[in-house]
Design a protein. Sequence first.
Length: 132
Amino acid sequence: MHIEVCDLSDDWPRHERFELTGQVRRSSNSSPDQLAEKHDDRHIKNKIKGVNGAGGEVGEAIHHLYIASLNKYNEAPTYISLKERYKECVRMLNGMERSLERQLPKRERRWFTPDPWPLPGFSPKGPYGSQE
């Protein structure tokens, strides 16, 4: 999507080149950049931090695209399409973050993440397993 955002922002007014254009390009590239940077990190908490930061950058890119839409630099359907695709990225990042959280000891998790059970919906302590 970064390439798409760059192509889209090429048509924006020249006076936005170092403002909105630069910001949307940086934020749209920063999310995959952060994921790539943390991919080989051995520490789960660092990976979680990278995924979390990537989600923040996605939100920033959506915001910049929204401002461009308000300024009529691009059509509303273009903004809506990109926003929906970015929201799907956020859902995937949230899933990735939860998956990484499950690799941490329960006492170090930031929120409750149920452990997967061999049989869906079965646990001796209820549908979500026991909490420590």
